[in-house]
Ligand binder design. Structure first.
Ligand SMILES: *Cc1c(COP(=O)(O)O)cnc(C)c1O
Length: 388
């Protein structure tokens, strides 16, 4: 079906941050399948883990114990400090699990119409509940009636949340991205204080703090999870994108009392947590650890941001350059969707979101020389675009 605006190119192989098309042309990948290919393309440790697992067992059903699933759950709990994991196959499904968990948490304490606070410009997925939670009318238009039970407030505005808290006894949770990805790489002014204040509000009102780390998680911002830049612990965290390096997997991770909300029969998934996907997840986390990719994301993100700041110092059309590790946004003063095609012509893969923000989500394996090449190539394209 015609649900995608496709670029006229077909890739046939990849290695690290590089891709080759069917004509043998080589491209620099600064998008990583939209924050999925953190290990880059064809990472040997991932290829080996998937091949070996495929030769043994791909799927058996959650009717049985799955050793790879238990190992990945243990690893996720170890690196997050959280307690339990539900596995699914995508980001929207991870958020669906979070939303169901919050509603059940509410019902368990006698709230019949539980409501969840969500943010303007947020993105949580394309299923009915997650598009209803999403703060973008384009994602919702034509799909009404929306799922009820969401209250929207401006992003990075704790006063708005406090105001709701003072007037609404049905709220059971806040669902928020630590950094908004699709919304335009929006980083709260004081990101640490923002999450910490939301945590305090949740504690004061017995709400769950639920972080959508589908894009920010798994090393992308320089720590395993974005909340680890702060002192807080969320009650619930959703993961997907980078977790399986391209093998579909999602996870809803919970801590403390939130980890006890789902009981037998309350949720499920046929594919979720199968041996192949979990082997890919484990190999991904192990490679990030062994190869120092969180530290690299932090370092390379800095190289790219400072590189752009130097390139665009006297360029009026570029409003801001911002980054959280390897989530990088270059905001222009005008809509710039055309940049995607112009960059493609220069053999560079980028994305434009929120109309006027160039979004880069490079593989976590990018080295300094590749980062400098990315800055050079993209600076030329953006300057040419602004001069049109
Ligand atoms: C991509 C994304 C989703 C949706 O993930 P899918 O796997 O496409 O369902 C949800 N939340 C955030 C923050 C995302 O970036």
């Amino acid at each position: 079906m015609n649900t995608y605006m496709r670029q006229p190119v077909t890739f046939v192989k990849g290695e690290g941050v590089w891709l080759w098309d069917d004509k043998g042309e080589k491209y620099l990948d600064a998008l990583a399948g939209v924050a999925v290919n953190g290990l880059g393309h064809a990472h040997p440790k991932l290829v080996k883990a998937i091949s070996e697992q495929a030769a043994k067992l791909i799927h058996v059903s959650n009717i049985y114990n799955i050793a790879e699933q238990e190992a990945l759950a243990d690893k996720l709990c170890e690196i997050s400090g959280m307690d339990k994991v539900f596995f699914c196959n995508s980001g929207c499904e991870a958020n669906e699990a979070s939303i169901k968990l919050a509603r059940l948490f509410g019902h368990n304490k006698g709230i019949e119409n539980p409501e969840i606070i969500v943010m303007d410009q947020s993105f949580h997925g394309r299923t009915m509940a997650t598009l209803s939670a999403t703060g973008n009318r384009k994602v919702q238009a034509g799909f009404e009636p929306l799922v009820s039970g969401f209250i929207r407030v401006p992003y990075d505005d704790v006063e708005a949340v406090k105001y709701i808290a003072s007037r609404n006894a049905n709220v059971v949770a806040i669902l928020v991205e630590p950094v908004q990805g699709e919304g335009g790489i929006n980083i709260p002014k004081d990101a640490e204080a923002y999450l910490e204040t939301l945590r305090q509000i949740c504690d004061a009102h017995d709400w769950l703090l639920m972080l959508d780390e589908v894009q920010t998680g798994v090393g992308r911002t320089g720590t395993w999870f974005s909340f680890q830049h702060t002192t807080i612990m969320p009650d619930v965290m959703s993961l997907a994108k980078g977790l399986g390096s391209g093998v579909p997997i999602g996870a809803c991770v919970a801590h403390g009392r939130a980890a006890e909300v789902f009981t037998y029969g309350k949720h499920g998934s046929t594919f979720g947590g199968n041996p192949l996907a979990c082997a890919a997840g484990l190999a991904t986390l192990n490679a990030i650890e062994e190869d120092g990719l969180r530290e690299n994301a932090e370092k390379i993100g800095h190289v790219i941001r400072t590189g752009f700041e130097a390139e665009f110092k006297n360029i009026k059309g570029v409003t801001t350059v911002r980054n959280a590790g390897l989530m990088i946004g270059v905001e222009l003063d005008r809509p710039c969707a055309d940049l995607v095609k112009m960059a493609l012509a220069e053999k560079l893969l980028i994305n434009v979101t929120a109309d006027n923000v160039v979004r880069l989500l490079p593989p976590l394996v990018m080295n300094e020389a590749e980062a400098n090449e990315l800055v050079q190539r993209l600076a030329v394209v953006i300057k040419a675009f602004l001069d049109r």
